[in-house]
Ligand binder design. Structure first.
Ligand code: CO
Length: 185
């Protein structure tokens, strides 16, 4: 089932998300719905707050990026209650976008490598080293669980330049190919 994606301005995107309880009802169904919603919107990652649920859970699939970023080949994961336990000191600056911020693309600097602990949709625990664009996708989604959004990381000037677009997103007047929930609509 395709879920509406909550847009910038929605309070749920600003809350620190709660741990997913082990007995969370229909967890697999939620994960399946989040993958379906992400693919429908041509995204490579989607976090639960973006579908209105303040839960520490996100899905990623970097396969469509594999031509440019070979490390993304086969990188499809659901990460439940993740925690980033290590970040490399070296950072990479690359452009990002977000399904909750349609039409906005900005360069963000992030650690090149991370180590992360998480549970998959079967509640099996994993610890994984991730690098390159896959690490970027994971860090972007992880940030959503902390109530942060990627444009929090850009300069005041760049934010100012995006002000008009951000206001349109809040008003709900941005054109979008997928189902959304804007504050103003
Ligand atoms: Co995002």
């Amino acid at each position: 089932m395709i879920l509406p994606i909550y847009l910038y301005g929605q309070q749920v995107l600003r809350k620190e998300a709660e741990e997913v309880p082990k007995d969370y009802p229909q967890l697999k169904e939620l994960v399946a719905n989040m993958f379906e919603t992400m693919y429908h919107a041509d995204g490579v990652g989607l976090a639960a707050p973006q579908v209105g649920l303040s839960l520490r859970l996100f899905v990623v699939d970097g396969n469509v990026m594999a031509d440019d970023f070979p490390e993304c080949k086969g990188f499809k994961r659901a990460m439940i209650n993740p925690s980033i336990i290590k970040c490399s000191e070296d950072e990479i600056l690359l452009e990002e976008g977000c399904l909750s911020l349609p039409g906005i693309h900005e360069k963000v600097s992030r650690p090149a490598k991370i180590r992360i602990k998480y549970m998959d949709e079967n509640l099996v625990e994993h610890e994984e080293d991730i690098e390159g664009f896959s690490a970027r996708i994971v860090q972007h989604e992880y940030e959503h669980l902390e109530g942060h959004i990627f444009i929090d990381n850009i300069s005041a000037i760049r934010k100012q330049l995006n002000k008009g677009k951000l206001n349109n997103i809040i008003k709900g007047t941005t054109n979008c190919s997928y189902k959304t929930k804007a504050v103003g609509k």
